[in-house]
Each structure stands twice: as C-alpha cells, then as structure tokens.
Design a protein around this ligand. Structure first.
Ligand code: ADP
Ligand code: MG
Length: 351
C-alpha cells in the first residue's frame, strides 16, 4: 500500500515554480513544491533576486532532503544504502553499519525518550506497525474497519524496550538485540531532517527562506533578511471553508510543528482513531485536537509535538514551561485554545 502510494506520488512528482507573488526590497517571492519526500508535501519559499538563484536553492534543498528521506525510510530499500529499514530487517541478527546521520538521529531520539519519560519512543515500531496495518486496511475498506485487538498490542509492547537499540559509535553500527523489535522514526525523522537541511543552507550563506515538510515548518532567517518575521499559520483542526488558520504566528529563524488528530486517522464504528499512540495505553487518546510547538530546532519541535500530545494537559503545560525557549499551543476537544506561559510573543499583531 505504502509502495503503491509512493509510486503514485512519484508519478505525479512535480516541481512547480510560481512566478513572483510579491516583492520585498526588489527581491521576488518564489515558491517550489515537491510531492515525493517523507510521504508528504514539501514547500520551499524564498525571496530571491532571480529565478535562477531560487532554482539553485530549491534543488539544493530537495537533493539534501532526499538523502535524509532515503536514510530515514522504514518502508523502502535503496541500492547501496543501509537505512532504518535495513536496521529493522536485521533485528536480532546483525549490527548494521550506517551513515553518521542515522547514528545522530537515533542518539537524538534516545535523548528525546529520556526527556519525555518515554512519551515518544522510536522503539514502539512493533505496536505502531499493527496500528498502521489496521488503519491502512480500514481506509481501503471502511465498512470492515476494525480496531487492533488489545492482546495483540500488548504482546507487541513486550518488544519496545529502547535499551535494546544498541548504538556503537566507534564502529558506526546499530543493532536491535530483540528480533521482534523495530524502530519507527515517524514522530521525529521529518523535523530532524528539516533542521539538518536548514542548518546546511544557513552554512552556505542563505539568510531568508521557509521550509515546510508536511506542515513541519522551519524558517531560515527572516522574510527580508533584515528581521521582518515570517507569518506561519497554525492549522485549524476544524477545517474552515476558506482554509483560514486557527491563529497566525510571527517567527524569525525558528520552527513551528503541529501534531494533530486530523492528519492521519481512520474511522471504526463512527469514531476516529488517529496515528499518535500513547505508549502507556497503546491507544490514540481523545485529550486534544492538536498540539503545536515553537522552538529553535525543528527536530526538537517535532519530537516535542508528539510527546506533549501524549501528555495530559497539566503535565504537558508544566513540561513545556520548564523548557527554555519552547512554547506550545493546545487545541482541546471542545475547541478551547490553551497557551504556554510565553507563547504570546509569537502571536501575529495583525491577525
Ligand atoms: P506527523 O508525522 O503526522 O507530522 P507526528 O510528528 O506526531 O505527526 O508523528 C506521528 C508518527 O509518529 C506516527 O505516524 C507514528 O509513525 C509515530 N508515532 C506515533 N506515536 C508515537 C509514539 N508514542 N512514540 C513514537 N512515535 C510515535
Ligand atoms: Mg512529531
């Protein structure tokens, strides 16, 4: 199914370069979109002096992101590349030699596990796979959509100990010691990849761009390169007719990432079940419609958006307020909006 979808996406792959939409100190606004990476839509926006300059930038972003996409892929093999799927395929068999970028991602994910007391756990692969399979079947055949049986989920949970993910930094190898275990970097990989690509672009001297991979937004500098903030909308979980956002933020060089119940879900007996799984109950919960995180690092924002989504509101609020430079906005089930202590600074004055 994934493969089929990937193939369709590959076939309709497009890079659309819209002409200029607006001007900024003589520079024009350009935008490119790809439908091929991380199973979602990537959008690049930048103000540039010429179309050529923008093309060079967007090709660089696309090529770099694609490398991460292949390394972090859990569904597909690529010739000559050991990726996360290779690690999973070798669970209980062999340590796998991998690129440093995978080692760094996994170390980051392990830190995330510690920081969030296991609310985000990339070693949940065996549990997430069951949900994934039931969801895909349920989406294909809604009449017969079913929930995964709890004993199946509980049996899978026996194989989710992150300590069985063994990283050998000297040898550059990763080994899953439990043969039944697998890793799923869906909660972290995209944001982490966007962060690394943005950093590379900054190192190359780019000072003004916006990268969005499936709504995982990372700003490079400001809109005009001189401090004018980017306006980033936070999606309304209740889709409005004109697509207007819930609220608009203003950021310079930061990241805005949302985890929501409306992004990926299926319906069983009239109830929606989304794709973020509470590691304690092994079920998707009904506490919020979405959680959005703003902080400097997009990998951190992605990791935290999933983790905070899995925390009760009071615990999540305390947790976010305890973190330096991290703010959050929650949309509760009844539509109420809650903010962390210093979120206001990011709310757009114009909205
Ligand atoms: P999205 O990928 O839609 O932007 P998230 O960043 O919240 O949303 O990631 C959701 C994905 O993370 C799921 O599709 C699944 O692959 C994975 N996932 C779900 N629950 C957990 C969890 N508790 N810990 C780690 N990964 C999870
Ligand atoms: Mg996430």
């Amino acid at each position: 199914m994934k493969r089929k979808r990937a193939l369709i996406i590959a076939l309709i792959y497009l890079i659309s370069l819209f002409g200029f939409v607006s001007c900024n100190a003589g520079r024009k606004r350009y935008e490119a979109q790809f439908l091929q990476l991380f199973d979602t839509v990537t959008t690049i926006v930048s103000f540039a002096d010429s179309k050529e300059e923008f093309n060079e930038f967007s090709v660089f972003i696309y090529d770099t992101l694609k490398e991460y996409h292949q390394l972090f892929d859990i569904y597909n093999d690529y010739e000559g590349i050991n990726n996360i799927k290779t690690i999973n395929d070798n669970a209980g068999k062999n340590p796998v030699k991998v690129d440093q970028r995978i080692i760094d991602l996994l170390l980051f994910a392990k830190q995330g596990y510690e920081k969030t007391k296991g609310k985000v756990n990339i070693a949940l692969g065996s549990v997430l796979k069951i949900w994934h399979d039931y969801r895909e079947k349920g989406i294909d055949d809604p009449e017969n959509a079913k929930l995964p049986p709890m004993d199946e989920l509980k049996a899978a949970k026996e194989h989710t100990d992150i300590n069985n993910l063994v990283i050998n930094q000297e040898e550059s190898t990763v080994y899953l010691t439990d043969p039944e275990m697998s890793i799923d970097v869906g909660a972290i990989g995209k944001g982490y990849a966007v962060e690394q690509v943005a950093k590379k672009a900054e190192e190359k001297g780019y000072t003004s761009a916006l990268l969005s991979v499936g709504g995982n937004v990372r700003a490079i500098g400001s809109k005009d390169g001189k401090g004018k903030p980017w306006n980033i909308g936070v999606e309304n979980p209740e889709k409005t007719e004109d697509g207007s956002p819930l609220l608009v933020t203003e950021i310079v060089g930061k990241s805005v990432v949302t985890s929501g119940i409306y992004q990926r879900y299926y319906t069983v007996d009239g109830k929606n079940y989304h794709h973020i799984i509470d590691p304690d109950t092994l079920m998707p919960h009904d506490n919020f419609k979405s959680v959005t995180i703003i902080c400097d690092d997009s990998g951190m924002a992605d990791m935290l958006s999933t983790a905070v989504f899995n925390m009760p509101f009071d615990e999540g609020l305390r947790f976010v307020n305890s973190l330096q430079g991290v703010e959050a906005v929650w949309v509760l089930m009844d539509g109420q909006i809650k903010y962390s202590d210093n979120f206001q600074q990011y709310l757009s004055k114009q909205a």
